[in-house]
Structure formats: C-alpha cells, structure tokens
Design a protein around this ligand. Structure first.
Ligand SMILES: [Zn+2]
Length: 273
C-alpha cells in the first residue's frame, strides 16, 4: 500500500504531466470506483481544467476549475499517463481524456482504489476526521504528546490511525519506532514528552528522505509514464524479521498488534514499564 512519500511522488509527477490540461472526456469502466459520487457528478468534471494537484495524508487532490476530485490508491491503484490515445487495459477503471489528446488512466488490479468528486476538499477531509499532516506547521512533538493523551492503544496502532496522524502506514510506522527505539506495544499515552519530540522529528526526517528517494526513482520511470510511486528505500525494520539489527546485530522479531505485523528489535526497542 502506498504511504505518504509514495503518494507525494505520484503528486509531484502528475503535476508535471496534467496540470493546466482541460478534461474533455471521462470513461468509467468500474462503477464502484466512485465514492459517494454518481456517474453524473463525475461527468461534471468534463470541460474543467486541472489547476493543481496536492496531497493530504494518502489522498490525492485534483483541484479543477470548479470542483475537485479526490483519489485514494489503497492497495494497488495507479495513475498512468499516456501522451496520446491508448487502449484501456483489463484493470483500467477510468480514463480521463484531455484536450491535447493525452490521457490519464486509473488502473487497479485489486479494485480497492476510490475516486470521488467534491465541491471542497477541506470539507471532505473535515468530515473524514483526517489527522494531522506530518508536514504541516502545527506538527510537533508537543502536538503529538497532546494528541497521544487520548490514545490508550499501542503506539504502533496509533501511528497507523489516520484520525491521529495522516499518511503513515505499516512501513514507516515500523521504521520510525525503530529509529526512536520505542517498543511497538508501548501505549501511545505513556510516551514521554521527550519521546514524542524524537518521534515527531523522526517521522519528518524519514518521510522526507523517502520522498527524495522516490523522486529519483520516479524520474527513471518517466519514459514509460507509469506512475505508481512505489519504490525501494533502505529499510531498517519493515520486512526484516529474523535478520540482524543494523544497530546491534540482534535478530529482529515480528509480532501481530491489532491485526497488523510490527517488526522491531527486542534489544534496541525495549519496553520501559
Ligand atoms: Zn537492535
């Protein structure tokens, strides 16, 4: 599942490809792609120009002349840009055609991705109760400390809760907890102020680094215009269960917490209670 850095990379790439283009046709091949939006509402985008593409959490926001459409890639959703007319694939769920003949396809083999049309993205996210954005000016250790006071669940589960912080998934949750030497089962409200400061700094640093890496990976993909934002980054915890810790050489362990796996170093990330 793409997380914040991958979605940001998709946003940065699409910005160069489709901003300023006028939508002249929309073909929908899978009706359930639409989230609380009718086909008729989707068609209102025809004639509108894409003015800006941005990100909130793991959502992509396409601001058009009058309305916006918001996309969530979920597991395997991808936008693919074609400079000219291109036949839809089996898993192409929607095709946006532009006045210059280019096309933006939304493909999704798993069919979990969603698109919706809204008059205001701010209202949409307010209604969703989406959590704080890691790159917003309000994001800080103190802010996390205040927020976590309401979360009795393990920190690993809390980091994945999009109502608390937006954009972090399994990969980066494991990575930041490893970086801060915090045991994934530690209840969020038991983290000290100092730990929250370290966590906030680590979240910003690790996500920034991943966005930088993503940028370089995506550039090498640009010739094919396949935009999915998934790329290999150097990982210390995620996917490394049974392997030696990069810090202390102990074997990393994996445990299931609220249905999701957490990989951590039992030596570096000791529980403090
Ligand atoms: Zn270790």
């Amino acid at each position: 599942m793409p997380e914040l850095p991958e979605v940001q990379t998709v946003v940065d790439t699409l910005q160069q490809l489709v901003v300023g283009k006028q939508i002249t046709s929309i073909a929908l091949y899978y009706e359930r792609l639409l989230e609380s939006t009718s086909q008729k509402e989707l068609e209102t985008l025809t004639g509108q120009t894409i003015q800006e593409i941005s990100r909130r959490g793991k959502y992509l926001i396409f601001q058009c002349s009058a309305d916006c459409f918001i996309a969530h890639l979920r597991m395997e959703g991808k936008f693919i840009y074609y400079p000219s007319n291109h036949r839809p694939a089996i898993h192409t769920h929607a095709v946006f055609g532009f006045s210059d003949g280019s096309e933006l396809h939304f493909n999704d083999t798993r069919k979990f991705g969603r698109i919706g049309v809204y008059s205001s993205s701010a209202l949409y996210f307010e209604a969703k109760g989406l959590g704080i954005e890691p790159f917003s000016p309000d994001f800080s250790g103190e802010e996390l400390f205040q927020r976590f006071a309401r979360y009795h669940k393990p920190i690993k589960t809390t980091l994945l809760d999009q109502h608390c912080i937006a954009g972090i998934g399994n990969i980066y949750a494991d990575e930041v907890l490893f970086d801060c030497r915090i045991h994934p089962l530690t209840p969020a409200n038991q983290l000290s102020r100092q730990q929250c400061h370290e966590l906030a700094a680590s979240i910003v640093a690790i996500l920034s680094r991943a966005i930088e890496r993503g940028g370089t990976t995506i550039r090498s993909f640009e010739s094919s215009h396949h935009v999915n934002g998934l790329f290999q980054i150097e990982l210390n915890a995620y996917g490394r269960a049974g392997l030696a810790c990069h810090r202390c050489q102990h074997k990393l362990e994996r445990m299931k917490i609220s249905g999701r796996y957490a990989t951590y170093c039992p030596h570096c990330q000791k529980r403090r209670d």
